[in-house]
Design a protein around this ligand. Structure first.
Ligand code: SAH
Ligand code: DHB
Ligand code: MG
Length: 222
């Protein structure tokens, strides 16, 4: 099994289950044209995010790590008319590209992109004492993941679904002495998630057009 086969099967699945979509295609094209890294979730993963949000009837979604807004658009499409998504992004250029893409997708009224390090915008959000989020998608810098879990719990209620991208890292996650801070970040996140009594979670290994990685899923218990 190799990347070529994973990509071919991902294309096969996308051809079956992901309709060609102007706004999403344009989002990837604009992200690429403006030099953003090509690390958005895949189309098949984007659809999974939308379906999960739909399945839990999410009305309020928090995303940590916007990039060009690709996953944002998938998630926001699951929202009802009065639903709301807040997405946190450190890089002002990424946020600007995302806002344009989100606007073109007709979702500007539901989505707010907040610029700043999530380490700062998350405590600000907590200070606003918002209605708890129904779904939280963690996908920013990997060394930040352990802290993002802690902040996410402050913004949750029992039943909140927490999803974290990139928690397997091509399998490197099983290397305890990995010197990659991204691997160490997700290792600590995974350990904390597993040990955290306020959530019940698991990790799904994922292969596809984006390589070999994994998605953590957890539901807040109390
Ligand atoms: N969720 C996006 C991909 C996000 S890529 C998608 O699937 O379409 C990760 C993003 O997190 C990048 O845009 C990066 O600029 C941002 N980021 C990195 N460090 C951050 C931080 N400390 N706070 C907030 N965002 C951060
Ligand atoms: C990286 C980040 C991501 O969010 C992703 O989906 C893939 C790779 C990275 O920083 O390498
Ligand atoms: Mg990711």
């Amino acid at each position: 099994m190799n990347q070529e086969r994973w990509s071919a099967v991902d294309d096969y699945i996308a051809d079956l289950f992901v309709s060609p979509d102007g706004a999403l295609d344009q989002t990837l094209a604009a992200s690429s044209a403006t030099g953003l890294p090509e690390i958005a979730v895949s189309p098949v993963q984007g659809k999974l995010l939308m379906l999960l949000a739909q399945a839990i009837g999410a009305q309020r979604i928090l995303e940590i790590g916007t990039l060009g807004g690709y996953s944002t658009i998938w998630l926001a499409r699951a929202l009802p008319d009065d639903g709301r998504l807040v997405s946190l992004e450190f890089n002002p250029k990424h946020a600007e590209v995302a806002r344009t893409n989100i606007g073109e997708a007709g979702l500007a009224g539901k989505v707010e992109v907040r610029v700043g390090r999530a380490q700062e915008t998350l405590p600000q959000l907590v200070d606003e004492n918002p209605v708890p989020f129904d779904l939280i998608f963690i996908d920013a810098d990997k060394p930040g993941y352990p802290d993002y879990l802690e902040w996410s719990l402050k913004l949750s209620r029992p039943g909140t679904l927490i999803i974290a991208d990139n928690v397997v890292r091509n399998g490197e996650v099983v290397t305890p002495d990995a010197d990659d801070p991204n691997v160490q970040g997700v290792r600590l996140f995974n350990e904390r998630l597993a040990a955290e009594p306020r959530v019940s979670g698991t990790i799904l290994q994922v292969v596809g057009s984006k390589g070999y990685d994994g998605l953590a899923l957890a539901v807040v218990q109390v």
